[in-house]
Design a protein around this ligand. Structure first.
Ligand code: ADP
Ligand code: MG
Length: 675
């Protein structure tokens, strides 16, 4: 299979330069990497149900014949509605499509099809709006891949079909045969074939189980290799603690917890036998940034360079502002480096980093770029760690000889997982909020109250306050992607019509996002209508209301993060979650939010309600490739760790021929953990 990692995706028919460029955005440039791009979900076209069986809200597949087709209705410019009636022989179903002339041409001719979509039961009967369709073929399970602007899941599916056929008869397996045998795992070829094109549900589960095990094993192996590397390194010790001096720069008094955690970090840097590897957990608003700044200050004053990596440009800019403010009257030299930093500016920053003129650089993953070199990198901090992959963090660390490492997180992670994701690490907890914080009053209401909520917001805006409105990002359907924009438009006809509204969404360029955040943070807008891009870390203390539309779509931890955007000053703040979903599960979940403001309690509840799968959700586990883990895999974690440790015990550097494929994968996912 190694050779497939040398075969560019352009070798596949249908993948030209443009599509290859899109695939690159998904981290795929070779056929080998493509095969490792697992589906994010599946559509089960394998078990069609009858129209009568389909319940309101079900997403399912129905086999039916076209019975009649209405005349196309021109609703408005650029908008044509096509309606059909289909039947499965027993019942009828109404289908509607917009602007899809080719579908109309296809269905007009009649015949039997498989329709896949979400069922609505209305007083007109059973309906499906814009279902997908297949001219009746063999029912099967279809993979759904992450898409980009112009690369559709179906494009990837076509390329994948070819890629799977390119797999050699015998694929060198990452998991040694003995381990596969012991844990009842299928081989790599079967796993890859069935994760993409499952024969049936059982084959999919078999494939998934094996790939999860494999990922866990690779992760453990990489972390072990990396960890043992750390333990062989001598740390650079600092001689003096500058925390007192730092404190004199602050406009407020540090909390006891902040002081304690800073001390723990400084102690490590002064005396620990190995470079520091510390996880700082602190609830949203607990003041992690001030702690990070303190540790940077002491490190910098001792002549070490610091790199502070954050997941978004908005956050990088904000931290830069905060730290610039604190360090204004000091000799600390601070830089901001992100993807949208101008080329000339970048050159200057690169130069000053390698000359050692810069003390602290704050940035996004732009910091990992090859061009970034340090004279003396001594401290690496990553904020909101769950947004980064293990490999990304490792890449930054490798830019120093043996830098001290801090990762910061607002999400409490169970110890087993933390060990696995970060290797042996020390834990510091900021278990205290700055004084004067009030509990954010939290409510869960249905859409019927929206007018009243708007009035409530208007009242606060008239008093000079600001508000957030979060509308969910609608994926897949391109036309809905601008939901934030449309939502903002719709506010014009409400009591909020006269307010200054700005809009933020994921499709904007980083520079544009920064500009908008800057407007809002500077008080030049009253309302920020946004998708979840504001979720992490943003700090605008004057904002007091957080309105979350379709709250049922968010996980508890995510809701808690969103709520954490308000209540950051001393004024009473509010979080209003709007949902029309009355299911007991949703109500229980949102009820937790109303009952408590404690992030640790919420994380526990999240664990109880949704299982640890969420910690592995593509965003939280830290390794983006690690997509497959579900609740039931907790048992797997221990087995995979053991297997990895046993392999390493027998062959510490993975020199054995049989372990070559494992080493290959570890190297691929941990770019530098290989020496
Ligand atoms: P988080 O832990 O969520 O990253 P931040 O570091 O963004 O929190 O801090 C949230 C807010 O609290 C900021 O406005 C910061 O200035 C303020 N803050 C931090 N520490 C203190 C403190 N000890 N006293 C008062 N305000 C503080
Ligand atoms: Mg933060």
């Amino acid at each position: 299979m190694a050779s497939l990692f040398m075969t560019p995706v352009t070798a596949l028919s249908g993948i030209g330069p443009a599509k290859a460029e899109q695939l690159k955005k998904l981290g795929v440039t070779t056929v080998g990497e493509l095969l490792r791009l697992y589906p994010r979900s599946y559509e089960d076209w394998s078990k069609p149900v009858s129209i009568a069986q389909a319940q309101e809200g079900d997403t399912c597949c129905i086999r039916a014949r076209v019975v009649s087709c209405a005349k196309p209705a021109y609703i408005r410019k650029n908008m044509t509605l096509y309606k059909f009636t289909v039947s499965d022989g027993e019942d009828y179903m109404l289908l509607s499509f917009f602007n899809t002339l080719f579908v109309y041409e296809q269905l007009k001719r009649g015949g039997e099809f498989l329709f896949y979509g979400t069922v609505r039961k209305t007083d007109r009967g059973t309906e499906m709006s814009t279902p997908k369709l297949l001219a009746s073929g063999t029912p099967h399970i279809r993979p759904i891949y992450q898409q980009t602007n112009t690369l559709k899941s179906s494009h990837i599916e076509k390329a994948m079909q070819q890629a799977v056929r390119m797999l050699p008869e015998r694929v060198n397996d990452t998991i040694p045969a003995a381990v596969r045998e012991e844990y009842g795992l299928c081989d790599l070829k079967y796993a890859l074939e069935n994760i993409h094109f499952p024969k049936d549900g059982e084959a999919l589960e078999t494939a998934r189980r094996r790939l999860v095990f494999e990922e866990l094993m690779i992760l453990e192996t990489g972390v072990c290799l990396k960890g043992s590397e750390r333990l062989t390194k001598k740390p650079v010790h600092i001689s003096r603690d500058y925390t007192k001096e730092y404190i004199s720069l602050l406009p407020y008094k540090l909390t006891g917890a902040q002081n304690r955690v800073i001390k723990e970090c400084v102690n490590d840097m002064q005396t620990a036998a190995h470079p520091m590897n510390r996880l700082i957990q602190g609830d949203v608003g607990s003041g992690k940034t001030a702690v990070a700044a303190a540790v940077c200050y002491t490190a910098a004053k001792n002549g070490l360079q610091c790199a502070f990596m954050v997941p978004t440009e908005i956050l990088a800019a904000q931290h830069y502002e905060t730290l610039s403010g604190i360090f204004r009257d000091t000799d600390i030299k601070l830089e901001l480096l992100t993807g949208s930093t101008k080329p000339a500016e970048k050159e200057r920053i690169y130069r000053e980093l390698i000359d050692g003129e810069t003390d602290i650089v704050i940035g996004t993953h732009a910091l990992i770029s090859e061009n970034v070199e340090f004279k003396n990198l001594g401290l690496v901090i990553t904020d909101e760690q769950h947004r980064f992959g293990v490999g990304q963090r490792a890449a930054l660390t490798s830019k120093g000889e043996a830098p001290h490492v801090i990762v910061m997180s607002a999400t409490p992670i169970p110890r087993t997982l933390a060990l696995m994701l970060f290797g042996d690490l020390e834990l510091s907890v900021i278990d205290e909020l700055p004084p004067g914080r009030q509990k954010v009053n939290t409510y869960c209401v249905d859409g019927g109250l929206r007018e009243r909520i708007y009035k409530f917001m208007k009242k606060h805006i008239d008093e000079g306050r600001q508000c957030y409105i979060i509308c969910p990002l609608v994926e897949q359907n391109d036309t809905e992607l601008n939901s934030a924009q449309e939502y903002a438009e719709s506010l014009k006809d409400t009591v909020l019509g006269g307010c200054r509204i700005c809009v933020l969404h994921g499709r904007m360029s980083a520079a544009e996002k920064d500009r908008i955040m800057g407007l809002f943070a500077g008080g030049e807008a009253d309302i920020l209508v946004s998708t979840t891009v504001v979720e992490v870390g943003v700090n605008v203390p004057n904002a007091v209301i957080m309105l979350i539309e379709n709250a049922e779509r968010f996980g508890l931890s995510q809701l808690h993060q969103l709520r954490g955007r308000v209540g950051r000053g001393t004024a009473q703040s509010y979080c209003i979650m709007v949902t029309d979903n009355t299911s007991p599960v949703t109500q229980e979940r949102l009820g937790v939010m109303c009952r408590t403001n404690n992030g640790f309690v919420i994380a526990d509840e999240d664990l109880r309600l949704r299982g640890p799968g969420d910690f592995f959700g593509s965003r939280q586990h830290g390794l983006p490739e690690f997509r497959l883990v579900k609740t039931s895999d907790m048992v797997n974690i221990e087995s995979a760790r053991q297997a990895a440790r046993r392999i390493l015990a027998a062959d510490p550097l993975l020199e054995d021929k049989e372990n070559a494929p494992l080493l290959f994968e570890v190297r691929r996912l941990f770019p530098i953990a290989s020496s």
